[in-house]
Design a protein around this ligand. Structure first.
Ligand SMILES: [Zn+2]
Length: 246
């Protein structure tokens, strides 16, 4: 019976029976893994520490046919401060849930894993406003999923719009739209488009540097929410979480 070690982050769980938990893991090498953590909810359980949301560790997994069970885990990081701040916890929940929406089984995704790992680290240990980290995460997440919004060209006619005074944002069209093109979008400020362009230039390690004013946060969050909902569908669980947060 094969056992294997994999580094992963706990991105979700469901409790079942009295003491068991089904974990969703995001492994950089193997993508999404659904596995059982037996007896992990007993106070003395050896799996107690690892069967928690956001935990990063090296998991020892045992596979039997299509069932995977956690045998043990070397916990590397719990991101514990996330549990002490409801805004940070909610933001981390949105980010992990968004990842669950696109990661696939047996499919490595090191870039998305790195984005999630860095975002959880900054949410737990940096002074940054969680909304700024969320905005940065959402933009890079959309980019990663192939939904990078068009920001310097009209998403419909592809004309350079950097000199235009009046612009709109349409998730259906795929980003900024000029005033001459038909669209279902809402007005967007040039400042918001420029902020998104700059955030997309940052590496994962640099996302902690994003600091936005309140009015810009208030403009960007609904825009990015609309693009995520366009990609995942309005009924996706992460969109409901995002709405709760906003
Ligand atoms: Zn246009």
């Amino acid at each position: 019976m094969p056992t294997e070690l994999t580094q992963a982050i706990v991105t979700g769980y469901t409790d079942y029976r009295d003491d068991d938990r089904m974990l969703t893991l995001f492994s950089a090498e193997r993508g999404r893994i659904e596995c059982k953590a037996r007896n992990c909810r007993k106070p003395t359980a050896k799996l107690l520490a690892c069967a928690q949301p956001f935990v990063f560790g090296e998991f020892e997994l045992f596979s039997n046919k299509d069932r995977v069970t956690v045998n043990g885990c070397d916990v590397r990081e719990t991101f514990y401060p996330l549990r002490e701040d409801v805004d940070r916890f909610m933001t981390a929940s949105v980010c992990t849930q968004l990842c669950n929406g696109i990661i696939e089984q047996e499919s490595s995704d090191e870039a998305l894993f790195s984005l999630l790992y860095h975002t959880l680290s900054f949410l737990a240990y940096a002074e940054s406003d969680p909304k700024d980290l969320l905005i940065a995460f959402l933009l890079h997440y959309l980019d990663h999923a192939g939904y990078r919004p068009s920001l310097t060209r009209c998403a419909v006619c592809r004309r350079d719009i950097r000199a235009d005074a009046v612009l709109f944002y349409s998730a259906d069209a795929g980003g900024a739209v000029c005033a001459a093109c038909p669209h279902s979008g809402k007005p967007v400020s040039k400042l918001a488009l420029e902020a998104m362009r700059r955030i997309l230039l940052l590496s994962d390690e640099e996302l902690v540097r994003v600091v936005l004013k309140d009015d810009l946060r208030a403009e960007l969050l609904p825009i990015l929410r609309s693009s995520c909902a366009r990609m995942l569908g309005e009924n996706d669980r992460s969109i409901a979480l995002l709405d709760q947060m906003m």
